[in-house]
Design a protein around this ligand. Structure first.
Ligand SMILES: [Zn+2]
Length: 60
C-alpha cells in the first residue's frame, strides 16, 4: 500500500500522520527539492516538480 502513495505534494494533511513511517523515510536525507512546493525528499517520485539538490557537504 505504501508504494501506491502519490507525491508528497499531493498528500492530504491527515495522510502525513497516517503514513508517518513512509513520510519519514521519504524525507530523510533529501536529494531532491520540489520547485513548486518547496518540499524536499529522497526520491524524485515524491515530488511534483523535482529538482536535484546540490550534493550536501560532508558533516554538518
Ligand atoms: Zn510539489
Amino acid at each position: 500500500m505504501a508504494d501506491k502513495l502519490k507525491e508528497l505534494c499531493k498528500w492530504k494533511t491527515d495522510v502525513y500522520a497516517k503514513e508517518f513511517a513512509t513520510l519519514a523515510e521519504a524525507v530523510a536525507k533529501p536529494r531532491f527539492v520540489c520547485l513548486k512546493c518547496g518540499r524536499a525528499a529522497r526520491r524524485k517520485k515524491w515530488l511534483c516538480k523535482p529538482e536535484k539538490l546540490p550534493a550536501a557537504p560532508a558533516g554538518k
